[in-house]
Design a protein around this ligand. Sequence first.
Ligand code: ADP
Length: 429
Amino acid sequence: MSDFWQRALVYPAIVLLTSLLLWAIVSPLVAALFFAVCITFILISHLRNLSDFQHWLEAPDSSVPDGSGLWEDAFSRLNKMTRKHKKEREQHSAALSQMEQATSALPEGVVILDESDRIEWCNTLAEQHFGLDGVRDIGQQITYLARQPEFVKYLAKREFGEPLVLWGARQDELILSIKLISYGKSKRLLISSDITQRERIETMRRDFVANVSHELRTPLTVVNGFVETMHDMPHLENDMARRALNLMGDQTIRMESLVNDLLTLSRLENDQNPVREEEVDVEVLMREIFAEGEALSQGKHRLLLLLDSHEKLWASSDELRSAFLNLLTNAIRYTPEGGEIQMKWASQEEGLVFSVHDSGIGIAPHHIPRLTERFYRVDRSRSRETGGTGLGLAIVKHIAMRHHAHLNVVSEEGKGSTFSLVFTAKRAV
Ligand code: ADP
């Protein structure tokens, strides 16, 4: 028999035996009375313990009753269990408050969203960024509180590769960079960082470059005009002066192309200047550019035009012309006489591809990732000699970005290079 039953039955057994003894020695009435009194006493004791237990259930944070008899052991176990749970609860809440403190100290706003974009939790910075209340707004749809159309569109798209730059979030002057990360089954983490200062500096830099370039344009045109006029003067016999004028002419032309490229870059970088998309007949455009390339090469290279696709493209015609021409002129400038250059338009698995392949000087692998940086040149003197500004590939990269295309560079030093612009098939007309 288990310990419980032994202990449970010991008192009733004693009462029963004593009652039987009284029955035999005294009288059945006394025995029955004794039995009834004892059983009532045992019952009252159980009821009292049960009532203590019920009281404790109503306020489980109070201490567990001591109990008597059989209940003592049960209450003692319950006491141990509740103490253990309390300790675990304290540990959990300490861990939770530590996590909350850590996320509050993060330099970024964090919001946990459920599968329907309802707020489950947010830290203090997120409250500031989106004007939320971390208590009142729990369970609210985030798009009810942050209503900017581009934000709503970003959430709905559910492609969170690129962060979203949100202008005028909450207050007009606030600029946020927003990133969504999926985790768990269908939960999402919304991370926001304040990039107001960074964007302001970047805008200042852009404006400064654009303004300086703009201001330089007029004086340069004037100087260039005078240099040309003086150069053509019939009485200018001094060789030295003529050479100086030639040099001045070359340098002003160089400065003019620099200023023009800087202005082009500023225009491309300007968010207020969206791509003016139209139907571009790439074949026609490439034939025109090819003719310009032939004029530039002056028969020094073997130029080939391969039109493997007849697809037209939704794009800005001017921007495509600028990007394609930059790549072709680079190929001509960096390919020695007698080399071959292929300009190609093809429809491939990855999309629609414009490429320029040359058998020129090629580029060492460590330079390739940096080619699209402004003024990055592998060989400064060669770039200058051939009239380069160091901005051509930066312009190409911006144009590619504006058309959601990407620029691929494959090159081997001494053998040649292939520069490709890959457009998604969605851009085909
Ligand atoms: P640049 O005006 O100097 O040509 P770009 O931005 O057009 O400036 O190109 C950056 C650098 O990349 C160039 O200076 C050159 O070193 C390298 N480059 C570009 N195109 C080619 C090419 N087809 N072959 C070899 N090097 C190239």
